[in-house]
Write a protein that binds this ligand. Structure first.
Ligand SMILES: [Cu+2]
Length: 433
């Protein structure tokens, strides 16, 4: 891990937390305002956040244009700058990662995210600007060890297998405008470079059930891997708990040059239907045609179908969220494979316990030289983790955590992975709250 830039990032987070001039509002348990805490319109500051895509509580907004339950907590520092309501959210973690077996490895690395958002009213509607960066690229081009993970490339020549790719420095630069169309419906447009098309559940680092777990899901490229896409344009409608939207976007996954933006293309398309029937539920189904997603497999496109349900329960001193998701990739030409994910996290005072169960079909675990090349294997992963968060400043907390995982795999994989592979991560995290 290159320590210096990571230290600068941490210092910047601390300085922002110290200088933040938050809105004068009561804070709830995690330091973030909940819907009830916000001053009602007309009595508090005239500038405040609303839903970025229509008339609904801001807590519903997750990554890109995806939705989570309204009752989900939203961390970050809220403020006002002129006519703009602003929000800042971020974390940086130092992680020690160990994976067992013949393909196992150890690595110490950092992962991070800093997100800024600003919203103002414009005409009848709302304009929202979002920017998000990550210093994940400091971990090096081959990312971090993660057994059975597949997707993207380290160097443009070899595919990443049993490694999670680092995220690009630029994760999102996007603008959204929404305007009322009738008394109960709004239309919106979302433009991002990079951005997230209307495909899949909220990206893992943006949903409460996953955000405390430093590991990416091994089903990432079946569910939410399009969260960083170099070129997205989305049009949609919202009405009450419903949202329907369509995107055109760049189907190619980010290349190995993580510090630089990629070439803009708009060669793929997706559509998503979202429904939040109550403040505790968020459902979505989506379909996308993804043109040539893998740099190393030109000419192989994908049809992707996903469905997910998120249940969130606000507790007196915490929050509990559970996500169930399914994703299917249908390669053209090629095979169809599925990934299933069930994850849950419960936060109570300073404690968060989280768990994830995944089942994924993988056919990219072996290089062409291996007789098992191209064969599909079903693997399952069980993870359990815990993090303890200590407040170190009004808007900053220090978390100490660990996560351990066990796997089940077909016997044909034992020579490559051992009969009972396992892995763990230990981490220290500084987070804006
Ligand atoms: Cu990703």
């Amino acid at each position: 891990m290159r320590l210096f830039p990571a230290l600068v990032f941490t210092t910047t987070l601390a300085a922002m937390a110290a200088q933040a001039q938050p809105m004068d509002m009561p804070q709830h348990q995690h330091g973030a305002p909940s819907e009830e805490d916000l001053p009602p319109l007309g009595t508090g500051p005239s500038v405040q956040f609303g839903g970025i895509l229509g008339d609904y509580p801001m807590m519903r907004d997750a990554s890109g244009t995806s939705w989570q339950p309204d009752s989900a907590p939203m961390e970050g520092i809220h403020g006002i700058a002129g006519d703009w309501a602003t929000m800042l959210h971020g974390y940086i973690a130092a992680i020690y990662d160990h994976t067992s077996g013949p393909r196992g490895d150890n690595k110490t690395f950092s992962s991070s995210m800093l997100m800024g958002m600003a919203q103002r009213s414009l005409g009848e509607g709302h304009l929202t600007l979002k920017g998000m960066i990550s210093l994940d690229a400091l971990m090096g081009k081959s990312g971090y060890p993660l057994l059975f993970q597949t997707g993207e490339t380290a160097d443009g020549v070899t595919p990443l297998v049993d490694r999670q790719h680092p995220h690009d420095f630029l994760m999102e630069l996007a603008g959204t405008y929404s305007t009322p169309l009738s008394s109960d419906a709004s239309g919106f447009v979302y433009i991002g470079y990079p951005g997230e098309p209307a495909l899949g559940p909220p990206a893992f680092m943006h949903r409460f059930s996953a955000m405390n777990n430093p590991e990416a899901p091994i089903g990432h490229h079946w569910l939410d891997a399009t969260h960083i896409t170099y070129g997205v344009a989305t049009l949609g409608l919202t009405s009450g708990g419903w949202k329907v939207e369509g995107s055109i976007f760049n189907g190619r996954e980010p290349d190995q040059h993580r510090w630089e933006p990629d070439r803009l293309r708009l060669d793929s398309a997706s559509t998503r239907l979202s429904f939040n029937p109550t403040s505790d539920w968020a459902f979505q189904v989506s379909y996308g045609f993804i043109k040539d997603p893998e740099q190393l497999e030109p000419g192989v496109s994908q049809h992707r179908v996903t469905a997910s349900a998120i249940y969130n329960k606000k507790l007196e001193h915490g929050n509990w969220q559970t996500t169930l998701a399914w994703g299917q990739n249908n390669q053209q030409p090629g095979i169809t494979s599925n990934a299933y994910l069930l994850e849950s996290a419960i936060g109570w005072y300073a404690h968060t316990v989280f768990a994830r169960i995944e089942d994924a079909q993988k056919n990219e675990l072996f290089p062409e030289s291996n007789p098992l090349h191209g064969r599909m294997f079903g693997v399952a992963k069980f993870s359990l983790g815990y993090v303890y968060d200590i407040p170190i400043q009004e808007h900053l907390s220090l978390g100490l955590g660990a996560v351990g995982s066990l796997y089940t795999l077909p016997s044909a994989l034992a020579p490559a992975y051992g009969t009972d592979p396992s892995s763990y991560m230990l981490f220290v995290r500084v987070k804006l709250i």
